[in-house]
Design a protein around this ligand. Structure first.
Ligand SMILES: Cc1cc2nc3c(=O)[nH]c(=O)nc-3n(C[C@H](O)[C@H](O)[C@H](O)COP(=O)(O)O)c2cc1C
Length: 356
């Protein structure tokens, strides 16, 4: 039995040594957006652990686009050097460094999860007024956002482009745009949060306009030989919300716009939605988008075992598997998975004796 998990994947000019991707995971551990030793050790360890691609956490393209004041950021040139230190190490380990570029929109200005995660109002220390498609708050506790006008939207598009340029300067080889989980781009996609009456709201074409503008603008400046991913919430899981048919239609267009892979997550647009979370609950999104939009996809959500991961690839539901919590529990998961699947992988020479 040959495993598929440990076969390489080439996207544009970048080859991943295997199909295991570290999902972006906020660490809420930055000061003024800067990467620090926590990020170096956290991300570096996962490179030592053998993942093919490591996507850095949601990194804010502008300061008000942070979920919390402690989010990682890439809105100024000074952010580049500490990020570059980490990408260098990751590449030395034979893994590839990617970064998720993000804007939290109306879900911005909240506390770290371990401090309760609640919204910080604009008047309070470290709080600010978030922006969004419409002056509609996420829930009763969140601040009502300021609806972005055309100038504000142009500023956001520019911020994504400049962030991508900084990502290049920091040595990243993959950029992922965060258009999921109820953050800014998803807020425009979903009719639940987008109540605009201008050319950015209403019809499907209008709601997808901002995401497409960002993808097109980033693609122009992100080097031709480097892949561009987009993470979407393939479904809002609720009546009247963004749905899988729209995700397929959007993915077809994003492919034309130069996206290379759709990372298929779900949910986050509105609170109180029942999501049937569990192993495989999102893989059918990746499968349908892959088949019908003809673009590479990533499957994510409750992927824990090597056999489950290999099965997703073998049944052609996705091109990569993207793991979050399992890789928090066990950064060496890829090395264990290789053993289970009888694949031969190179361990770091410093750790070779662990195979005795
Ligand atoms: C600590 C933590 C932080 C997360 N931060 C992000 C993030 O920055 N961007 C994002 O798109 N998803 C984020 N997620 C969601 C994960 O990337 C992933 O989609 C989700 O946890 C499901 O995968 P899993 O079942 O393997 O954990 C986060 C999840 C966790 C557990």
């Amino acid at each position: 039995m040959g495993s598929l998990l440990f076969t390489p994947l080439t996207l544009r000019g970048v080859t991943l040594k295997n199909r295991i991707v570290v999902s972006p995971m906020c660490q809420y551990s930055s000061e003024d957006g800067f990467a620090n030793d926590w990020h170096f050790v956290h991300l570096g360890t996962r490179a030592v652990g053998g993942a093919g691609l490591i996507i850095f956490e949601a990194s804010a393209v502008e300061a008000i686009g942070r979920i919390s004041p402690q989010d990682l950021g890439i809105w100024k040139d000074e952010h580049v050097a500490p990020l570059a230190r980490i990408t260098r190490f990751i590449h030395e380990q034979g893994s590839v460094a990617g970064i998720q570029l993000a804007h939290a929109g109306r879900k911005a200005s909240t506390a770290q999860p371990w401090k309760g995660g609640g919204p910080i109002p604009p008047g309070e220390k470290d709080g600010w007024k978030p922006v969004g498609p419409s002056a509609v708050a996420f829930d009763a506790e969140h601040t009502v956002p300021e609806a972005l006008d055309e100038a504000g939207l142009q500023r956001v598009v520019r911020a994504f482009v400049e962030a991508a340029e900084r990502a290049r300067a920091a040595g990243f080889r993959v950029v992922e745009l965060h258009a999921a989980h109820g953050y800014l781009l998803h807020e425009f996609l979903s009719p639940l949060s987008n109540q605009r009456t201008d050319r950015y709201g209403g019809s499907f074409e209008n709601r997808i306009r901002l995401t497409r503008e960002v993808v097109q603008a980033v693609r122009k400046r992100w080097p031709e030989e480097l892949p561009l991913f987009v993470r979407i919430s393939a479904s809002d899981w609720t009546e009247g919300g963004w749905n899988l048919d729209e995700s397929v239609a959007l993915s077809k267009l994003l492919k034309q716009d130069g996206a290379d892979l759709i990372d298929c997550s779900s949910g986050g647009a509105v609170p109180g939605v029942k999501i049937p979370a569990g192993p495989g609950y999102q893989t059918h999104f990746a499968e349908r988008i892959r088949k019908e939009a003809g673009i590479a996809t990533g499957a994510v959500g409750f992927i824990r075992s090597s056999f489950q991961a290999d099965h997703i690839l073998r049944t052609e539901q996705a091109d990569v598997v993207i793991l979050a919590r399992e890789l928090l529990r066990n950064p060496y998961w890829p090395l264990h998975a290789a053993r289970e699947l009888h694949a031969t992988v190179a361990w770091p020479p410093q750790y070779e004796r662990a195979q005795d």
